[in-house]
Design a binder for this molecule. Structure first.
Ligand code: SF4
Ligand code: SF4
Length: 168
């Protein structure tokens, strides 16, 4: 990550798209404390989850300005496995527009040899993007995990399994 001089400004999209456990706020619903387009009404007292959250656009100036979530309708975050791209409610095809689609594909290409995944999330529906194809995984619950079948570093299949079934 680079040091960024960016600021959220008029963007408040993560306050809608992300789930906030501490507030029991589900994903894809406005936080009751948010003034959309302006900011947080309880900024000084916002939960720890909110304090520690930054989307990738905010902290990484290598991402072009057009990735700003308020404009792209896409919130990028990192996960243990790689990159997650969340579409704003009402914009399920935001990630299929250019230049986003091509860049998402390029990340899948550069991520594969590093075993990094690129997952697009629309509501609860997830799509694993690989250099060769998209794996529509359907609705993936919080207690479920994506399981990839690999040939070398190439993903040849992907499915979803209960996290508890994967524990050794
Ligand atoms: S989505 Fe990113 S830029 Fe927008 S308010 Fe959240 S952290 Fe800031
Ligand atoms: S508490 Fe504030 S920062 Fe956190 S989701 Fe709600 S509006 Fe956003």
């Amino acid at each position: 990550m680079t040091i960024s001089s960016r600021a959220c400004g008029d963007c408040t999209l993560c306050c809608k798209v992300m789930a906030i456990e501490e507030l029991a706020k589900p994903a894809n619903a406005w936080c009751p404390h948010c003034k959309p387009g302006h900011g947080c009404r309880i900024y000084a007292d916002r939960p720890a989850e909110c304090r520690s959250f930054s989307c990738v656009w905010l902290v990484n100036e290598l991402l072009e300005e057009y990735w700003k979530p308020a404009k792209s309708r896409l919130v990028l975050t990192t996960s243990e496995d790689g990159l997650e791209v969340r579409c704003a409610p009402g914009f399920p095809d935001a990630w299929r527009r250019e230049p986003y689609r091509s860049e998402i594909h390029e990340w899948a290409v550069s991520g594969e040899p590093l075993d990094m995944t690129v997952v697009v999330i629309v509501g609860q529906r997830m799509t694993l993007v690989t250099p060769e194809r998209e794996f529509d995984l359907g609705i993936v619950g919080p207690d479920e995990r994506i399981v990839r079948e690999l040939e070398g570093t190439r993903v040849v299949n992907a499915s979803v399994a209960k996290a508890s079934d994967l524990e050794p």
